[in-house]
Design a protein around this ligand. Structure first.
Ligand SMILES: Cc1cc2nc3c(=O)[nH]c(=O)nc-3n(C[C@H](O)[C@H](O)[C@H](O)COP(=O)(O)O)c2cc1C
Length: 196
């Protein structure tokens, strides 16, 4: 019982102190594959009304990151921004290569007689958050990003998604910490929270 209480205390402390390390600031690093399996397993253990499992994960790692950067993200960027700078070119060619592992979370709602699509999409958000926190709990640098390519239909198709029905809820970038992240501004408790 005491052990359980200590674990609970450290979990609440973790939630009160954790923070994201931006993809820009993380080192690509090397994510232990047992850790990755653990992160993915707990990431799909989330609240989900009706147990519909209205989400899927696509893990992008190894050579696939470069391939998608060069064959999907960069060409789609150039299509929309033909006059972009050389600096933009190099950024768009290496987006996914900022991390060792990038997990795409696909929101995949199903038809249901009473459970609204909105709740299925919220559950996909819960998957993103849980993946993020799981990676951070193992002391990895991690960030939830959408950036522009989450809304790109070619990107969705590359991930096996079905445009019109499925959407990318986010990409969870996981790498290694180089320096401890600075705390960001946090919401004012009194502004956000009210009691009735
Ligand atoms: C749905 C969603 C999409 C996000 N997309 C981006 C993004 O494209 N670019 C960005 O800089 N931050 C984005 N963020 C914000 C960061 O991931 C993160 O919230 C911020 O760095 C601080 O998070 P922390 O509370 O974990 O420290 C997004 C957050 C959410 C919830």
């Amino acid at each position: 019982m005491k052990g359980l209480k200590m674990a609970q205390n450290s979990f609440i402390d973790f939630l009160g102190n954790r923070r994201s390390v931006t993809a820009k600031k993380m080192a690509r690093g090397n994510i232990n594959r047992d850790h990755l399996r653990q992160i993915l397993s707990v990431g799909i253990r989330v609240p989900d009304h009706g147990a519909l499992k209205p989400w899927r994960l696509v893990v992008i790692t190894g050579a696939k990151r470069k391939q998608i950067d060069e064959e999907v993200i960069f060409p789609e960027f150039i299509k929309a921004n033909p006059h972009a700078s050389a600096e933009n070119h190099s950024m768009e060619k290496t987006r996914l290569q900022r991390a060792d592992v990038v997990i795409a979370v696909i929101s995949s709602p199903v038809q249901h007689k009473s459970i609204p699509k909105w709740e299925m999409q919220l559950s996909a958000g819960a998957v993103c958050t849980t993946l993020l926190y799981a990676a951070q709990s193992l002391d990895y640098a991690a960030q939830w990003l959408t950036e522009w390519y989450s809304y790109n239909q070619e990107m969705l198709k590359t991930l096996g998604g079905e445009p019109g029905r499925e959407q990318i809820a986010g990409f969870i970038y996981i790498g290694e910490k180089v320096t401890a992240p600075m705390e960001r501004t946090r919401p004012n408790f009194e502004t956000i929270v009210s009691y009735l």
